[in-house]
Design a protein around this ligand. Structure first.
Ligand code: HEC
Length: 175
């Protein structure tokens, strides 16, 4: 019994020591650890499923609503998650854990869970809490866009192609 309790106490102490003594590689440009990948994604799914409140009212999936969501996406998300002109984002390989690339692999969680992740971000990853930056309206618009990423109405898809080739941020082109 005493041995069992000692072992239980030693586990968190040694885990803390490994971290505190600098034995964990801090670099973001190393290959993603397979164990972390296997544990982290299901644990994020479970944590979000447990916490995300249901959607108050349906999302606006009209063409104009989706175009507004696409504009939010292009301005704030495409750099990490990619867009129709850049399916592999500029920062795709630069983050640890890597950012999922949505053109190839659209988010498959229910909309209320995506909204929760977008609003609150994901701790210890590059995913910011957009609730600190965007309005509730913009959060819902970009969530609607994500929900329809695989099945965009033609006018929205066409507009996206155009906007992805012509980034609104002209300062990026000027440099
Ligand atoms: C600086 C990079 C960065 C930006 C900008 C960014 N994200 Fe993320 N995002 C990430 C990373 C990294 C993850 C993966 C987190 C993880 O592995 O747990 C992620 C995860 C997500 C997920 C969960 C995907 C899944 O399948 O579990 C959603 C949804 C998401 N982001 C939406 C957005 C939206 C919408 C925006 C823009 C408003 C955005 N992100 C902007 C880096 C970013």
């Amino acid at each position: 019994m005493l041995g069992f309790i000692t072992a239980l106490l030693l586990m968190p102490i040694s885990a803390f020591a490994v971290i505190r003594l600098g034995l964990v590689d801090p670099r973001a440009d190393i290959p993603v650890n397979a164990i972390e990948r296997r544990v982290a994604m299901p644990s994020l799914d479970a944590a979000v499923e447990r916490r995300a409140p249901s959607l108050p009212g349906a999302l606006d999936e009209s063409d104009s609503g989706l175009i507004a969501g696409m504009a939010v996406y292009q301005e704030h998300c495409a750099l990490c998650h990619g867009d129709v002109a850049h399916p592999r984002a500029a920062l795709a390989e630069a983050l640890y854990p890597r950012a999922p690339q949505f053109v190839r692999d659209a988010p498959d969680m229910p909309a209320h869970e995506n909204l929760y992740i977008v609003e609150h971000g994901v701790r210890l990853t590059g995913m910011p809490a957009w609730g600190r930056i965007l309005s509730q309206r913009e959060l819902r618009q970009v969530t609607a866009f994500l929900a329809r990423l695989d099945s965009l109405p033609t006018p929205v898809a066409e507009r996206w192609k155009f906007q992805a080739r012509e980034p609104a941020d002209t300062s990026r082109r000027a440099r």
